[in-house]
Structures are given as structure tokens and as C-alpha cells.
Design a protein around this ligand. Structure first.
Ligand SMILES: Nc1ncnc2c1ncn2[C@@H]1O[C@H](COP(=O)(O)OP(=O)(O)OP(=O)(O)O)[C@@H](O)[C@H]1O
Ligand SMILES: [Mg+2]
Length: 257
């Protein structure tokens, strides 16, 4: 039994005109402490899968278990960082990050100390009193990640968290996330469109296909850390995953980049 178990999950969305089978008969086992990256064409159901695991959606069929418990609504075991950063606009940076700690009933001074540590980790010391509208997109995303880390849940789900960042910032945050993952022994499921990012981070890369969304293949990443993006093994994996993705895109008509 894995830590996260997705069993025969189907998800149908009933739109105004038609129904969309976002996921069909999906099985996935994620072990405790794994860093799983998911790639796949747009619309293949990556976000839907994360929302189901986070308990924000219910499967149309099948079930999801976390630590042997059936997912039924939002749970403290799981935190999801959304594709679009979603901070509370009426709270400053410090109070955004401290939100989850407040929910847990942590004392004010303690939660501010903890939140300040996370803000520092994200390289945003000095912005504690700023409001989200005063920050760039990349800064808002870093605050959203700090806020998610503050919940300290066992499973962290990240939906293209670094998609809007420049390459240098993205690389720095990837390294920080790896450090946190190793130190805190979290189980991470990370969605990205960036193959390089997936290979740099993951213990395993899952490749999904669309119409209906399902798992096409998985590729284990056994490269030692720190991973060298220019090494032969890294580039070989990159080519392998890109080829699988290109085949999927060609088969689905090539109009789904
Ligand atoms: N609430 C909804 N109502 C109707 N259809 C939906 C809803 N959410 C998702 N879908 C549909 O389900 C499919 C999967 O969407 P999803 O957002 O999971 O894809 P994705 O893989 O995350 O795509 P992207 O890479 O663009 O973020 C799409 O066809 C989408 O239109
Ligand atoms: Mg998505």
C-alpha cells in the first residue's frame, strides 16, 4: 500500500453543452517520501487529479486513500498550491504565511517567528508588511508556497508552482524545495510543463495523456543529487520524456500544445 492511493478513479465534468471525461480509470500509488512529478499535455487532467487528491472534488467513480484513510473532503494531511497563486488580498505577507498556523491555534508570537523563517527561506525578508497587490507574480507565488509549507502537512501538492518565474528564480526555488523535501520527509506531487524541472526534482516522472486523461508511462529518475542538467544521463532522460510527449501530442491531433 502506498501513502497516496488512487484507485480506478474517473472524473466527469458536466458542462453546459457536453460532459468531459477529465480522468478515466486512473490508478496511482505514491509512496511516503516520494517526489512525484507529473507532465502531460494541457487539458489531460493534471489539475483535476490534484484537486481530487486534495479533496476539493469528488471522483465520479473509484476512490482515493491517504495513509489508508479515504479522502472525503479537505484534510489537514494535504495542502495544494494552486496553479494561479491565490493569496488573501486583504492580508499582508506575514499574515498570509501565518494563516495555516493561526488555524492550528498557534500563539501569535510563535506563528510570526515561524512565518518569518519561511519568508526568509523564500528570500522575501523585508516584505512582511507588503500586501499581495504590491508584489510581482513571482513573489506572490513564493509567498503562496511559504503559506503552504506553514501548514506542514504530510502531502504537498503543487500545480505548476514555478511556471511564471524567470529561470534563475525557478532554479533557486527548485533547490530550496528539494532541501525542504529532504529535511521534512514530505510526500510531494508536483505538476509541471517543464521536463527539465521534472527531471531535476523527481524520484519518478509520470506522463499523462489526454482524452480521456490517463497515465501513459512513468520514468524513474535515479540520478544522484545534486543533479547536473548538462550531464549525459540528464539529457538522455530529457529526450526520452520529450519523445513520449511528442507521440501523445501527435496522436491527439497535434492541436493541443
Ligand atoms: N470545473 C470544470 N468544469 C468542466 N470541465 C472542467 C472543469 N475542470 C476541468 N475541466 C475539464 O477537464 C479537463 C482537464 O482539465 P485540467 O484542468 O485538469 O487539465 P490540466 O492537465 O491541468 O491542464 P493545464 O496543463 O492546461 O493546466 C479539461 O478538458 C477541462 O476543460
Ligand atoms: Mg492544470
Amino acid at each position: 500500500m502506498g501513502f497516496v492511493e488512487v484507485e480506478a478513479v474517473k472524473k466527469i465534468f458536466y458542462g453546459e453543452k457536453k460532459e468531459v471525461v477529465a480522468l478515466d480509470n486512473l490508478y496511482l500509488t505514491v509512496n511516503e517520501g516520494e517526489f512525484l512529478c507529473i507532465v502531460g499535455p494541457t487539458g489531460c487532467g493534471k489539475t483535476s487529479l490534484l484537486r481530487l487528491i486534495a479533496g476539493l472534488e469528488k471522483p465520479s467513480a473509484g476512490k482515493i486513500l491517504i495513509a489508508d484513510k479515504m479522502v472525503d473532503g479537505i484534510s489537514r494531511d494535504v495542502t495544494l498550491v494552486f496553479q494561479q497563486y491565490s493569496l488573501f488580498p486583504w492580508r499582508n505577507v506575514l499574515n498570509n504565511v501565518a494563516f495555516g498556523l493561526e488555524m492550528k491555534g498557534m500563539q501569535k508570537s510563535e506563528r510570526y517567528d515561524y512565518a518569518r523563517g519561511l519568508i526568509e527561506l523564500m528570500g522575501l525578508t523585508g516584505f512582511e508588511n507588503a500586501y499581495p497587490y504590491e508584489l510581482s507574480g513571482g513573489m506572490q507565488q513564493r509567498i503562496a508556497i511559504a503559506r503552504a509549507l506553514a501548514y506542514n502537512s504530510k502531502v504537498l501538492l503543487l500545480d505548476e508552482p514555478f511556471g511564471a518565474l524567470d529561470e534563475r528564480t525557478r532554479h533557486r526555488l527548485q533547490e530550496q524545495l528539494l532541501e525542504i523535501w529532504e529535511r521534512e520527509k514530505k510526500t510531494i506531487i508536483f505538476v509541471t510543463h517543464n521536463i527539465d524541472e521534472a527531471i531535476f526534482l523527481a524520484t519518478r516522472v509520470l506522463i499523462m495523456r489526454d482524452r480521456p486523461g490517463r497515465i501513459e508511462k512513468e520514468v524513474k529518475v535515479n540520478l544522484k543529487k545534486p543533479r547536473d542538467r548538462r550531464s549525459r544521463e540528464f539529457l538522455q532522460l530529457h529526450i526520452k520524456i520529450r519523445e513520449i510527449l511528442e507521440t501523445i501530442l501527435t496522436e491527439s491531433g497535434g492541436n493541443n500544445v
